[in-house]
Design a protein around this ligand. Structure first.
Ligand code: FAD
Ligand code: NA7
Length: 517
């Protein structure tokens, strides 16, 4: 095992910080520790790091504990993605898409009951989704056992920089380790208003909700708010999104607006420039949501469910990071690690707990694996947080990678950036005569030379599948010349990126003349 570490001074604030460049055993680690690595948090990042470290011969323990939601919802090993995030979300998105497909199928000749007789059963979807999650929980436990990673079902709390304390069903445990990894992720926030926690739910509850959610008010118009409203509407529920400022604030503005329009077309309602003020339970069990608009007007309406999707808070308070001497950044919750190393050199952090890093499962996994290789395998590769592709399943999908138009203009100036764009017609939309109004794509490129591509945005069916490959192309320094020189696969929607040739600057009509021109 490599024993090299490099001392450097700098990093954020006035901290002196060890920058770990190669596999490490350095000053500050506990030499007589029981474990090589103790991971706090058995989610995407923690498990990836733990398994990789064990593969490399390290003695590893993982603590994972789920604090129940105010409603009492809890779940098994695997973290947010598996239990209350990506996986149940994607399954419910798929259920919504199938609902659309059933209607399309008639146009393709399938003999089906009349649309009003096609109904959806929440309880059976919920059960199938939860059964799948339980199977993943089980496989995860078996995998840890096979790799000889000790799994401890307890809430980890720092006692000091070298010791984690936990209480399990079997009693108290105190664990010492050479290295610690904080991979505790985050949990949804609630608005600080009367009734929020008593009567509201979050994404932590929705996927296992016993009763059908019914008419739902989603508060928050970020990634999670839009996706939840999207699949709920797709399943046939009345869904309204309350927007404080704009939808998808962090994303390309034009694409976000197209997504918003596509959701309106599907029947999702939006309340703009509003914030909630109270949630009250009525005698009939329904919830009276009260809110006010930015001009001070007050409103109220009854709903069956109110779902808060106003962002997530990192779980550092419960861990008592202060006792380990870990500095927290920004809002005082997240960890501003440099190459995943905190200001305490033997304590690392990956995933959603990190300050200003994408809150995405593959980001946590990749960073966790690379860290394990640097700590125990002599690896030198660092995590690259740039150009991470992502997709919003709303349910018309919006996939993107790299810079938005606004971010590119801000970074390089409008004169240095070229925006290519196009509307397109998916072949499969013709027969059911589905609206093509929101099938739009955009490439953000540098204006000079080979025109390096710095952002790609795609709205349409299977955007997630499409943008993944283009994410790899951007990593390989894609240019407009190479993109336009790529021969497409016909008839697909992904080929639209290879056909793109109209710049916004030209003012030409980006609408397609025909499918094959
Ligand atoms: P987590 O997966 O959250 O794991 C942390 C674990 O640590 C949890 O089990 C937690 O209970 C446990 N824990 C916390 N504190 C302690 C403690 N003190 N002791 C012991 N255990 C503790 N990402 C995507 O890439 N694609 C998507 O489509 C996507 N969809 C999402 C949809 C929703 C509704 C949500 C909420 C998230 C979604 N994400 C998606 C984000 C993704 O789930 C997270 O980025 C990812 O799970 C972060 O992994 P993590 O390892 O940082 O933390
Ligand atoms: P986001 O993307 O941070 O979005 C939060 C949304 O909630 C956003 O529209 C906010 O509006 C809104 N918000 C935030 N605070 C409030 C209050 N107090 N009242 C009303 N509305 C509010 O969080 P998500 O939970 O959607 O997603 C988090 C990550 O999980 C995401 O990056 C994915 O990777 C997975 P604003 O724009 O700030 O006005």
């Amino acid at each position: 095992m490599a024993l090299r570490a490099v001392l450097s001074f700098g990093g954020s604030g006035n901290r002196n910080r060890f920058l770990l460049l190669q596999g490490a055993r350095f000053y500050g680690t506990k030499r007589d520790a029981e474990y090589d690595l103790v991971v706090v948090g058995g989610g995407s990042g923690g498990l990836a790091c733990a398994k990789e470290a064990a593969n490399l011969g390290a003695k590893v323990a993982v603590l994972d504990y789920v604090i129940p939601t105010p409603l009492g919802t809890k779940w098994g090993l695997g973290g947010t993605c598996v239990n209350v995030g990506c996986i149940p979300k994607k399954l419910m998105h798929q259920a919504a898409l199938l609902g659309e497909a059933v209607h399309d199928a008639k146009a393709y000749g399938w003999q089906l009951p009349e649309a009003e007789n096609i109904t959806h059963d929440w309880a059976s979807l919920r059960e199938s989704v939860q059964n799948h999650i339980k199977s993943v929980n089980w496989v995860t436990r078996v995998e840890l056992r096979d790799k000889k990673v000790e799994y401890i079902n307890g809430l980890g709390v720092f006692k000091d920089p070298y010791t984690i304390h936990t209480v399990t069903k079997k009693g108290e445990r105190t664990l010492t380790s050479k290295y610690f990894l904080i991979a505790t992720g985050g949990r949804p926030r609630y608005n600080d208003i009367p009734g929020a926690k008593e009567y509201g739910i979050t994404s932590d509850d929705i996927f296992s909700l016993e009763n059908s959610p019914g008419k739902t008010l989603v508060i928050g118009a970020g990634y999670i708010g839009l996706e939840c409203a999207g699949f709920l509407r797709g399943l046939g529920f009345d869904a309204t999104v309350m927007v404080r400022s704009v939808v998808l604030r962090e994303f390309d503005r034009q694409m976000a607006e197209v997504i918003q329009e596509s959701m309106v077309l599907r029947g999702v309602k939006f309340l703009f420039k509003c914030v909630p003020t109270a949630i009250e339970k009525q005698d009939d069990g329904k919830l009276l949501a009260k809110w006010k608009s930015d001009d001070g007007q007050e409103f109220s309406e009854t709903y069956d469910t109110v779902l808060f999707a106003i962002g997530r808070r990192a779980l550092t308070r419960e861990l008592h990071t202060d006792r380990a001497g870990i500095e927290l950044a920004g809002d005082g919750e997240k960890i501003d690690a440099v190459n995943e190393q905190t200001n305490v050199p033997h304590i690392f952090a990956v995933g959603d707990v990190l300050y200003k890093k994408p809150e995405l499962t593959p980001v946590a996994i990749h960073a966790g694996k690379l860290l394990a290789r640097r700590l125990f395998g002599g690896g030198t590769a660092q995590m690259d947080y740039q150009n991470v592709a992502t997709t919003i399943f709303s349910p018309l999908e919006y996939g993107c990678v790299g810079l938005s138009e606004e971010a590119a203009v801000e970074k390089y100036g409008a004169e240095s950036v070229e925006i290519y764009h196009a509307y397109y017609k998916p072949t499969e939309f013709f027969i059911p005569q589905k609206s093509i109004a929101h099938c739009y794509l955009k490439v953000v490129a540098m204006r000079e030379g080979e025109q390096k591509v710095i952002g790609m945005h795609f709205i349409g069916p299977n955007a997630g599948e499409i943008i993944q490959g283009f994410g790899a192309a951007i990593k390989c320094d894609l240019t407009m010349e190479k993109l336009m020189g790529t021969v497409g696969i016909h008839p697909t929607v992904a080929e639209e990126f290879t056909r793109i040739n109209i710049t916004k600057r030209s003012g030409k009509d980006p609408n397609p003349a025909s499918c094959c021109s």
